[in-house]
Design a protein around this ligand. Structure first.
Ligand code: PEP
Ligand code: MN
Length: 340
């Protein structure tokens, strides 16, 4: 349930409604909106009687939330969330490009790729220090050394950095170095990791599980918001199907569904969807056209020597083409200059 406060409601009135909700044994979560505050009522077992709160000073309306996910739903927050990372905005009116190698392999590799993607217009740099690999014999990432290299990249280029956290053991360490914490497809329903991500004051990049429904994905995001962290970016990265022509199947239809259901920004990762570089630029164009609010793209200057995901990594000159093409499409759709 959502308690909508009057535009002119005072802080004292908001506090007294919060106290009233909590005195009934529920959890109250104030949600600042464009012009008014709403208060989400959570952890109620059945229907809550609206008259319990309608009479309080400053309360304008009490409305039921019909969706299973509450804080991520548009019913609770009609305006788009814009996640801020330094000067970069992710969400409404922005088309944000995150690019870099699959894994951080060395300082030279990371700095070379970061300089190239920055030149083409990337807003954030990505690179894994802890890699979830199918085989235990594959390169597992440089660990803390990789995180230190990411910090060097930020220092040198000014680009904020996105990197994956794989488990709770390394959680605090990753948070120390990263501007945005990525939770990968394999961890989308790692509920203790999601709860931990709910407690930090740092944006979380939540990839869709490779066989997760949109409802399950939004419920995973709900864990993070329920914990108190509202800075979540959703990323569609392809789902597992029967096809062999690509690594996964990019579910472009997720974009309009998520944009209708949720206020959270949605970004497309065409690289892990395709698994091969020849599909990455066309899928990126489609992502911009369908209304995604950004891209996460793997780029490598020597993909044939890459320690992971070389086959899907774009050459820097291809990434340059990608940026110019999606920029044009985003501009046509939104009427907004993506270079802002
Ligand atoms: C990645 O971004 O490098 C990655 C492992 O992605 P996913 O979790 O989507 O497979
Ligand atoms: Mn990868």
């Amino acid at each position: 349930m959502l308690i909508v406060m009057d535009q002119k409601a005072t802080q004292a009135e908001i506090d007294s409604v919060v106290a009233a909700v909590e005195s009934k044994g529920f959890v109250a979560r104030p949600i600042p909106g464009g012009d008014r505050v709403s208060i989400g009522v959570l952890h109620n077992k059945g229907v809550v009687e609206p008259s319990l709160f309608l009479g309080y000073p400053g309360v304008k309306d009490v409305v039921p939330v019909t969706r299973p996910y509450k804080l991520v739903s548009r019913e609770v927050q009609p305006e788009d969330t814009i996640v801020r990372v330094g000067d970069v905005g992710i969400g409404s009116g922005h088309f944000t490009i995150i690019a870099g190698p699959c894994a951080i392999e060395s300082e030279k590799q990371a700095l070379t790729i970061a300089a190239a993607v920055k030149r083409s217009g990337a807003h954030l740099f990505r690179g894994g220090a802890y890699k979830p690999r199918t085989s235990p014999y594959s390169f597992q990432g440089l660990g803390e050394e990789g995180l230190k290299i990411l910090a060097r990249v930020r220092e040198e280029t000014g680009l904020p950095v996105v990197t994956e956290v794989m488990d709770e053991t390394t959680f605090d360490l990753v948070v120390e170095y990263a501007d945005v914490i990525q939770i990968g497809t394999r961890n989308m329903q790692n509920f203790s990791l999601l709860r931990r991500a709910g407690q930090i004051n740092r944006p979380v990049f939540l990839k869709r599980g490779m066989s997760a429904t949109i409802d399950e994905w939004l419920m995973a995001a709900e864990y993070i918001l329920e914990g108190g962290n509202r800075q979540v970016i959703l990323c569609e990265r392809g789902v597992r199907t029967f096809v062999h022509h690509s690594r996964n199947t990019l579910d472009l239809s997720a974009v309009p569904v998520v944009r209708k259901e949720s206020h959270l920004p949605i970004v497309i990762d065409p690289s892990h969807a395709a698994g091969r570089r020849d599909q990455v630029i066309p899928l990126s164009r489609a992502a911009a056209a369908v209304g995604a609010q950004g891209l996460m793209v793997e780029v490598h200057h020597q993909p044939e020597e890459s320690l992971s995901d070389g086959a899907q990594s774009l050459y820097p000159q291809q990434f340059e083409q990608l940026c110019r093409q999606v920029e044009a499409i985003f501009g046509v759709h939104s009427g907004i200059d993506p270079k802002r």
